[in-house]
Design a protein around this ligand. Structure first.
Ligand code: AMP
Length: 185
């Protein structure tokens, strides 16, 4: 049983590593970015509300995320563990998650931070070429990460939950370092 939160700036390889580890632990990979992009593609009410924020590289309002996370963690496949990728993204979301985990009698085993220098992030994101990967939007997403998400790193470190890995290495090196760190946590 493994429950993990993935932090780290856009382009750090969170999605890639979360996908690989979820497969190796046979647990669901819950990416709020993927869920939101699915909602945008299907033009659901949520998608229509979220799209403009995503296009600008801003965080979607918390209120749109909270029920989504609550419902997702209450689904039966999440009983065997989970990897949360892209949530929480700010202090309010982290407080909400603490409360939710208490309510459902679960706890997170580790918070993974994938560290990558800024210049590497920008060039990786430009190569990826997703709709929100234009240079201007990339800059905005990095600013939002620094101001709203990065403070969570210290908060989780103070609670002894943080595991940090150098993400500027080949994909399988990062995966095996993560596996080793998580098993020793
Ligand atoms: P990601 O795929 O994690 O990079 O997320 C893509 C975009 O979805 C972000 O730039 C935000 O606009 C939105 N998003 C994803 N997760 C969250 C979240 N936890 N809170 C607010 N917005 C989010």
């Amino acid at each position: 049983m493994v429950r993990l939160i993935f932090l780290g700036p856009p382009g750090a390889g969170k999605g890639t590593q979360a996908t690989l580890l979820a497969k190796s632990f046979s647990i669901p990979h819950i990416s709020t970015g993927d869920i939101l992009r699915g909602a945008v593609a299907e033009r659901t009410d949520l998608g229509l509300k979220a799209q403009a924020y995503m296009d600008r590289g801003e965080l979607v309002p918390d209120q749109l995320l909270l029920d989504m996370i609550r419902n997702r963690l209450n689904q039966s496949d999440a009983e065997s563990g989970w990897i949360l990728d892209g949530f929480p993204r700010n202090i309010a979301q982290a407080d909400f998650l603490d409360q939710l985990l208490l309510e459902i009698h679960q706890s997170c085993d580790a918070v993974v931070n994938i560290d990558v220098p800024d210049e590497v992030l920008v060039s990786r994101l430009l190569e990826r070429g997703r709709k929100d990967d234009s240079e201007e939007v990339i800059r905005r997403r990095l600013d939002v990460y620094r101001s709203q998400t990065a403070p969570l790193i210290d908060a989780y470190r103070n609670r002894q939950q943080l595991v940090s890995v150098n993400g500027n290495q080949p994909i399988d090196t990062v995966t095996s370092e993560l596996q080793r760190l998580i098993e020793h946590k």
